[in-house]
Write a protein that binds this ligand. Structure first.
Ligand SMILES: Cc1ncc(COP(=O)(O)O)c(C=O)c1O
Length: 395
């Protein structure tokens, strides 16, 4: 029987089901119903539900040291920072608890850098439709339609430009500008991609203008696009990167990663009680070891191409639109604006997918999802879309 949920603060429209157990690509509710999960904690469970890698790391670290306090270094904190520094080529890592907190840190770091190295520059140029989190500053940095009127007054200093418009970025950069910040793929906006060529031009422009480039890799990082970090496809390196979601394989850990020249916090500028706690950092190390194991990222690319191919074939058959994205962060454009209804109908048939906008479905399965599970997902989605199309014809 489902527990009483009446005391849970109502911050999101949720179905009445209560999830109790997960394994790989599957999750079960309190009534014993099984769902095929192509949302995976919002692109978080990169190795699926409760993978041995995460469970074992949690168990081993919990027996050794759960929290040392942020006043001390600890082993997993040092190890994870070293892995991320080596993998990114960016020298310094601040571990924290959520994507929004990592981005808030990136904003503070860019402002500190602007104050020190660019005559007090504090503005950060961000992209229309961007999503950077739900703290006051990260909401202000985001370009989500409707958010401009929420929780006034906004944190100032985030001029917005369209993703992919280099001239607009050039115009927006002034002596007040400290940085340009973007997601290589705007996941929450509906999987909208910045082209690799544009990212290279943007990197050059920010270098020439003497401002920082911040890559929000919270959704695209940790193998989601088939490379460890999404910006690698363009062959560029940002000055600051933020990570979250997949870094913990399901547990809350995030990171602010910065080049030695961008990293200018002084003691007391940044911190937090749980930051770099050994329990979560140990999981981050274990997840990275799995994602960086030989062949893993190649398999993500191959699986992503397979899923994209199956979605394209289904779309062509049923008269829907394009498939966008990279690796295992994909969206299918629908003919009509009823993505929310498709998600509900899919849920009723035991499939979890997401509608980031009314005309698109998003797919962010575990990075180790199998071809058979993709086949099963396509079959269910086919049934849902066919049924809805038929219902529309009859009506
Ligand atoms: C690109 C991006 N940045 C930041 C965030 C915020 O992360 P969190 O929800 O962990 O605060 C998200 C979450 O969806 C995201 O997709």
């Amino acid at each position: 029987m489902s527990p009483d949920v009446s005391h849970v603060m109502k911050v999101a429209a949720r179905p009445s089901i209560v999830m109790v157990e997960g394994r790989g690509s599957w999750i079960w509710d309190a009534d014993g119903r099984r769902y095929l999960d192509f949302v995976q904690g919002w692109a978080v469970n990169c190795l699926g539900h409760s993978p041995a890698v995460v469970v074992d790391a949690l168990e081993a670290q919990a027996r050794r040291l759960i929290n040392a306090s942020p006043a001390f270094y600890n082993e997993p904190m040092a190890k994870l920072a070293a892995i991320l520094a080596e993998a990114s080529g960016l020298g310094e890592v601040f571990l924290c608890n959520s994507g929004a907190e990592a981005n808030e840190g990136a904003i503070k770091l860019a402002r500190k850098w602007g104050a020190r190295h660019r005559g007090g520059a504090f503005e950060i140029v961000t992209m229309e439709h961007a999503f950077h989190g739900r703290t006051l500053a990260t909401m202000s940095a985001s370009g989500k339609p409707g958010w401009d009127r929420l929780f006034e007054p906004k944190v100032a200093g985030f001029p917005k430009v369209p993703l992919g418009d280099l001239e607009a970025v050039r115009r927006a950069i002034t002596p007040r500008t400290a940085a340009v910040m973007l997601e290589p793929i705007q996941g929450e906006a509906g999987v909208l991609m910045a082209s690799d060529a544009w990212l290279r031009d943007l990197r050059q422009l920010t270098r020439e203008a003497g401002v920082l480039l911040i890559a929000d890799e919270i959704q695209t990082g940790i193998g989601r696009t088939g490379r460890l970090f999404g910006y690698e496809h363009a062959g560029i390196e940002p000055d600051i990167m933020t990570l979250g979601k997949g870094l913990g394989g399901g547990v809350p850990i995030a990171a602010l990663v910065a080049s030695a020249s961008a990293s200018c916090f002084e003691y007391g500028d940044q911190g937090g009680t749980f930051n770099g706690a050994p329990l979560m950092a140990a999981v981050g190390c274990a997840v990275l070891e799995a994602v960086r194991a030989p062949g893993f990222l190649g398999a993500v690319t191959a699986t992503g191409e397979y899923l994209a191919g199956r979605l394209r074939a289904l779309s062509a058959e049923l008269g829907h639109g394009e498939v966008r994205g990279r690796g295992l962060l994909l969206a299918l454009a629908l003919r009509d604006r009823d993505a929310g209804k498709v998600v509900q109908a899919a849920l009723d048939r035991g499939l979890l997918i997401n509608a980031p906008r009314p005309d698109s479905l998003r797919f962010m399965p575990a990075l180790n999802v199998s071809a058979a599970e993709i086949g099963e997902m396509i079959e269910t989605l086919d049934g849902v879309l066919t049924r809805m199309g038929a219902a529309r014809c009859v009506a």
